[in-house]
Ligand binder design. Sequence first.
Ligand code: GLC
Length: 421
Amino acid sequence: MKATLTQLVAAAALTLGALPGALAATITISCGSNAADLEWCGKYAEEWGKKAGHTVKMYTPPASTTDNLALLRQQFAAKSADIDVLMIDVVWPGVIKDHLVDLKKYSKGAEAKHFPAIVANNTVDGKLLGMPFFTDAGLLFYRKDLLEKYGAKVPETWDELAAAAKKVIDGERKAGVADFQGFVFQAKAYEGLTCDALEWVASFGGGEIIDKAGNITINNPNAAKALDTAATWIGTIAPGGVLNYGEEDARGVFQNGKALFMRNWPYAWSLAQAPDSPIKGKVGVAALPAGPGGKKSATLGGWQLAVNKYSKNIDAAADLVMHMTSADIQKKRAIGGSYNPTIVDLYKDAEIVKANQFMGDLLPVFTGAVARPATVTGLKYPEVSRAFWDATHEVLSKKSNGADALKKLEGKLKQVKRTGW
Ligand code: GLC
C-alpha cells in the first residue's frame, strides 16, 4: 500500500518528536540579581528544564527594582522576546499589564492556595498576570550579642532605636571599631526609599501617601514629623553614605559586623546565617519600631513570576512559572534562602519555621503589611513613587524639611492626578 504525502509527513513529525530534545526550547528567566536569587532560583529552574527537556537560561536584572522596571519597559516597547519568564515586583502589575500573559489557563485554580491579597494585587481586569513567588515585609535585623553587651533591649519605638544605637556606637568606637554604625537602611533615591519612608510615615500615624480611594493624604504633620525624625539619623546613628544605599549596600555593612541595626527584607536572614557570615548566630529579627502615637508598620513587598506576552514559548514559560511557584519549590526556597512563601499553609510547616523562626513569630507583620498605593494609581504609580522618594531624599539630605517637602509633594501629586489615576 502506498502512503500519501500527508501520512509520510505525519510519520516524520512523529519520529522527530520522539527524538530527545526535538521540541526543546530555550527559556530565559529573570529572577533577581543577588547571589541568593541566582542560587535559589537557578537551581530549581534548571531542574525543571532537565525534566521538561528545555534549556534554561538565567537573565540577571539590575539590582535596583527601579532600574529593572525601566529596562523591562524598553524591552516591552520593542516587543522583545528575550526574556520569557519575568520576576515582577508587587507594585508593577498595573504598570506593565499590557505585556503579560493571563495565567489563568495554566494555573487551573492553583492561586487559591496563595494569600488572597497578593492574588488580588496580581489580577488586573480579570487577568491573572503573575503567580505569587515570595512575599516581603520590611524587618528590623539586630545584633543580639551587642544589645546584650550594652544592656539594651530590642527597640519598640524609633526613639529607643536611636538611643540604643547611640550607646552602642559610642562603646564600639571607643573600643576601636572606628567605622561602627548604629542603623543602616535603604535611602538611595529609588523605590527602596519609598518602602522605607512609607514605614516611617505609617508608623507615625501619617497614612499611606494616597489612600485606597485615591485621595492624596501625605501632606500631614505626622508624616512630616516622621521624615524629620529620619533626617536626624543621617550622620549620627546612620552613616552619611546611607543616602546612596540599596538593600545590598546596607546588608554589606551589617553582615560585616559594622552595624547594630539594619532595616531589610527577609532574604537577608539566610545570608546572615550562612556558614561564612561573620555575624552567624548573632542576629535577631523583629518588627520595625513604632513612632509616637503610631504603630509598628512594615511595607509590603514581594515578587511574582509572569510570562512575557512576546515570548516565543509561552506554554513552556507558563509551565516553568507554575513549577517555580508550587508548594514544593516555595518550601525549598524558604528553607534555603529565607524567601517568605505566598502559600498560606506553608507558614505551618515545621521545617520552614525551624529554619526561619521569624516567619512564624512575625506572621502578623507579613499579613498586616502596608501596601504602597500601586493599585489605586495604576499606570501612574512609578511617577507617584518617584515624587515621594525625591521629597524624602531632600529631607534626609537636609535640603528641605518635612513640612515644606510634603507640601510641595502634594502639589506635584495633584498634577500627576490631574488626568485621574
Ligand atoms: C524588595 C521588595 C519589593 C520592593 C523592593 C524595593 O525587593 O520585595 O517589593 O519594591 O524591595 O527595593
